[in-house]
Design a protein around this ligand. Sequence first.
Ligand code: PLP
Length: 382
Amino acid sequence: MPVKFATKAIRAGQDPDPGYCPAVQPIYQASTYVQSGFNEHKGFDYSRTGNPNRASLETCLASLEGAKYGVAFGSGLAAVDGVASLAKPGDHILGIEGLYGGTYRLFDQVLPRRGVEVSFAPSDPESFAKHLRANTVGVWLESPTNPLLNLVDLKAMVALVRDRAPQAWMCVDNTFATPYLQQPLELGVDISLHSTTKYVGGHSDVVGGAVLTSRDDLHEWIRFYQNAVGAVPGPFDCWLALRGLRTLAVRMEAHVQRAQAIARFLESHPSVERVHYPGLESHPHHALAQRQMRGPGGIISFSVKGGLEKARAVATSTKVFLLAESLGAVESLICHPFSMTHHAVPADVKLATGIGEGLLRLSIGLEDPDDLVADLDQALGA
Ligand code: PLP
């Protein structure tokens, strides 16, 4: 029977193991599987190539985004690399400006060594489409972006790219939105990508990544690359990511509810210069967020009056928010994108895309919302 998101998250790919029938899948902490004859086995022979925990995670994630295939990697960046490996020497990938710093570093410093050219263009579809080339084989989008929470109009982008560069696959980094808040494949893109380190895992205790697609040709290569290069997550990592995924729906509802209240609080605070949150009417993509997403997410960025020194004072004065990289977990985190997550991006590129020294990023966790507001209030007064 067709079931809805929260049910899929708890059941898809998770039929009880036929052995002792535990209600929750055991961790298959094994590197190899016994064969009854040459290549005769029950679906798994060697854990780099595949294992039951990874298969469950891949099936569940794919089902949540209506994808035919899920391919899990050892980190979000390994997943980015897996998709980027579709490009061959002489090919071009066009990405939007303002991507996550690690993705930018891979595109800027690693892909050129393989003869793949990457360039960046503004994320509004008309301007972006002008930068497509005859040798553009892939389009790289992130929506919302890290850390400025800019949105790409995915439907409009799909229409333009299909028209002007029909040969190009389109990938969206869906990490910030999560499968719960945004369904990129439904909007027409070919590949949705996640750092499962973030909301999917949800508890700051695992690093991982995943690629979701319904295209047989793209899946065939990415699956081959996963095994050929071997940047795979271990069974326990997959088990943790899937354990997190099972509660994604309720966690995202709570993250969004808290983030919305905190964004409003920040917007009215005298020490705050500007708040970036798609749930605020002041956000340039507020209407698009309402159209394209089920909710505006749990991440907020804001710039403080007083630049770097004030930002440092705030980020080192919070008591509930922990000063740390990463996002998407039950504990609230604060970070300074300029020097932390986007450290690998040249200063002029950061400043041109709006990542200034006074900018702070919050990952709103699941603590009591009153405590989160009180903590930010006291830190902003520091
Ligand atoms: N994509 C986005 C949007 C991210 O924020 C991150 C990490 O912060 C990544 C990809 C990379 O993921 P990982 O750290 O799991 O390699």
